[in-house]
Ligand binder design. Structure first.
Ligand code: NAI
Length: 464
C-alpha cells in the first residue's frame, strides 16, 4: 500500500492545481486520473472550444471585413476538419503541459479510476493507496441529454460538445438545445463554418444568467449573422431519425416543428459522483446531486475528505475549481488561506462578441431592492474599438448609490474576457467607481470604456 499526504481524485483544473499547490507546500501528492490530464477543460472543453472560436472569428473577419481592412481575398472557403485538427493539437499541448507540471512538482500520477474506501483510502485497480492527511474529490462533470423528451445523446444525430469537438465536417444544419455558455459558443462556431444554426432556449432569453442587456446584445448579434434564436421555447418532443432530428417546440403559445441534420445538446451537465464509493465512505450528496460541501472549509460530510470543482457545486467553471484547489491545498497544509469570494467569480462566454460579467445583474439588484445607479459606455464611442472595427457591445457598471461600491459589471465586446479582470480586482479590494476612474487608463484602449462607464454611473461621462 502506497501512502501520500494527499490523494486527489481527478486531474482537471481543480485537481491538478490542488496537486501543484500542495506539492509547493512540501506535501507528498498523488493524482488519480483515468483519462488525459487536464480534464474536460483542457481536452474537451474550454481550450479546444477557444481554438475553434478563434477559427470562427477569423472566418467572420476575413469574410465580412477583409475588404474594408485593405485585404483582398477570393471567395472564403472553410474546413471544419482542419480547424478541429488544430484545436486537438492545442489541447494536446496543454495536456502535455499539465503532465510536465506534475513531473516538475514531483506529483505521482496514478492512471485508472479511483474508488474511495472508508478511512481516507483510495483503490485503483487492485492497488489500495492511503492518504495520511486528506483525500480531495475533483471528479468533475460530464455532458447529459434529456432522455425524458427523446433527446438521448446517440453520438450521430444527437450529439454533445464531446462529439462536436471531433467532427470532421460542419453539419449542414444544427439545432442547439440550450443557450448557456456551451450552446452559445457552439452556435457561434458552427454558424461561422456555414451550418444553418437554430439556437433553442427554454428560458425567455439566451445566456439567461447574464444581465438582460448582455443577452439582448448577443441575441441581436447572432440574428444579424443568421443564427435563428428561439428563446422561451420549450422542446416538447423529439423524433430522432437516422439522418435528421425533428423537434416539436412550443414558443409564445404556438407549436412548431423544426428539423436539422444534427441536434447539439447543451442543456447543462451532470456531475460525476457514481460508482466511486462516495456513499460508503460517508460522502453525502445535495438534493441537486452535487457533493455536499462546507464552503468555508471545502470539507465533505466525511472527515478528511474534501471536494472541489464542478462536482462540489456551481458555478461549473474551471477558474472556480482551480481556486478551490489552491485554497484546499493550503488548508490541508495547515495554512489559513484567504476565503473564496464566491460572489466575485468572473463569468465569460467566448462567442463573438464575448459576454463577460462579475457580481450582480441589474435584475438581481432590483430583486434585492438595492439602491443603485447604472453607468454605461458603448464601444461605438471608443476610439480603439473603432480603429479595430469592433464596435459591437458596451460596458455596464452597476454601482451602489450611497457608497459607490461596484455591485456588478457587464461587458459585451470582442475582448470582454480580457478586460473584465479590472473589475474583478476592484471588487476583490472593495474599490469604488471613483477609484476606477482615478486609475489613469491608457489611451486608446478598450479598458477606457470601463473608466467611462464608471464615470457615467456618477453622471460624469466624457465621451458620450
Ligand atoms: P448551462 O446550465 O449554463 O445552460 C444550459 C441552458 O439550457 C440553460 O440556459 C437552460 O435554461 C437551457 N435548457 C435546459 N433545458 C432545456 C430544454 N429542454 N430546452 C431548451 N433549453 C433548455 O449549461 P451549459 O451551457 O451546458 O454549461 C454547463 C456548465 O459548464 C455551466 O456551468 C457553464 O457555465 C460551464 N461552461 C462554462 C463555459 C465558459 O465559462 N465559457 C463554457 C462551457 C461551459
Amino acid at each position: 500500500m502506497a501512502s501520500f499526504d494527499i490523494i486527489i481524485l481527478g486531474g482537471g483544473p481543480a485537481g491538478y492545481v490542488c496537486a501543484i499547490r500542495a506539492a509547493q507546500l512540501g506535501l507528498s501528492v498523488a493524482v488519480v486520473e483515468k483519462d488525459k490530464l487536464g480534464g474536460v477543460c483542457v481536452n474537451i472543453g474550454c481550450i479546444p472550444t477557444k481554438a475553434l472560436l478563434h477559427s470562427a472569428s477569423s472566418i467572420n473577419l476575413i469574410a465580412h471585413q477583409a475588404k474594408d481592412l485593405g485585404i483582398e481575398v477570393g471567395a472564403v472557403k472553410t474546413d471544419y476538419g482542419v480547424a478541429m485538427q488544430r484545436s486537438r493539437k492545442v489541447s494536446e499541448q496543454n495536456s502535455k503541459g499539465v503532465e510536465f507540471l506534475m513531473k516538475k512538482n514531483k506529483v505521482t500520477v496514478i492512471k485508472g479510476t479511483g474508488t474511495l474506501l472508508p478511512g481516507k483510502k483510495v483503490k485503483v485497480g487492485t492497488d489500495v493507496h492511503e492518504a495520511k492527511k486528506a483525500v480531495v474529490i475533483a471528479t468533475g462533470s460530464r455532458v447529459k441529454g434529456i432522455p425524458q423528451i427523446g433527446l438521448d445523446i446517440n453520438k450521430t444525430t444527437v450529439i454533445s460538445s464531446d462529439e462536436a469537438l471531433f467532427l470532421e465536417a460542419a453539419p449542414k444544419s444544427m439545432i442547439v438545445v440550450g443557450a448557456g455558455a456551451v450552446g452559445s459558443e457552439f452556435a457561434d462556431i458552427f454558424n461561422a463554418f456555414g451550418t444553418k444554426v437554430t439556437l433553442v432556449e427554454a428560458l425567455p432569453r439566451i445566456l439567461p444568467i447574464e444581465d438582460a442587456e448582455s443577452s439582448d446584445a448577443l441575441a441581436k448579434s447572432f440574428k444579424k449573422r443568421g443564427i435563428a434564436v428561439l428563446a422561451g421555447a420549450k422542446v416538447l418532443k423529439a423524433t430522432v431519425g437516422k439522418d435528421s432530428v425533428t423537434l416539436e417546440i412550443e414558443a409564445g403559445g404556438e407549436k412548431k416543428s423544426i428539423t436539422a441534420d444534427t441536434v447539439l445538446m447543451a442543456a447543462g451537465r451532470a456531475v460525476n459522483t457514481e460508482a466511486m464509493g462516495f456513499k460508503e465512505a460517508g460522502v453525502q450528496l445535495t438534493d441537486h446531486g452535487f457533493v455536499k460541501v462546507n464552503l468555508a472549509t471545502l470539507e465533505t460530510t466525511a472527515p478528511g475528505i474534501y471536494c472541489i470543482g464542478d462536482v462540489a457545486g456551481p458555478p461549473m467553471l474551471a477558474h472556480k475549481g482551480s481556486r478551490e484547489g489552491a485554497v484546499v491545498a493550503e488548508r490541508i497544509a495547515g495554512l489559513k488561506p484567504h476565503p473564496i469570494r464566491y460572489d466575485n467569480i468572473p463569468s465569460v462566454t467566448y462567442c463573438h462578441p464575448e459576454v463577460a460579467s462579475i457580481g450582480l445583474t441589474e435584475e438581481q439588484c432590483k430583486e434585492k431592492k438595492l439602491d443603485y445607479q447604472v453607468g454605461r459606455f458603448p464601444f461605438s464611442a471608443n476610439g480603439r474599438a473603432r480603429a479595430s472595427n469592433e464596435t459591437e457591445g458596451f460596458v455596464k457598471i452597476i454601482r451602489d448609490k450611497k457608497y459607490g461600491e461596484i455591485l456588478g459589471a457587464h461587458i459585451v465586446s470582442g475582448h470582454a474576457s480580457e478586460i473584465i479582470h479590472e473589475l474583478a480586482v476592484a471588487r476583490e479590494n472593495e474599490y469604488t467607481v471613483e477609484e476606477i476612474d482615478l486609475a489613469i487608463h491608457a489611451h486608446p484602449t478598450l479598458s477606457e470604456a470601463i473608466a467611462e462607464a464608471a464615470l457615467d454611473s456618477m453622471g460624469r461621462v466624457i465621451h458620450t
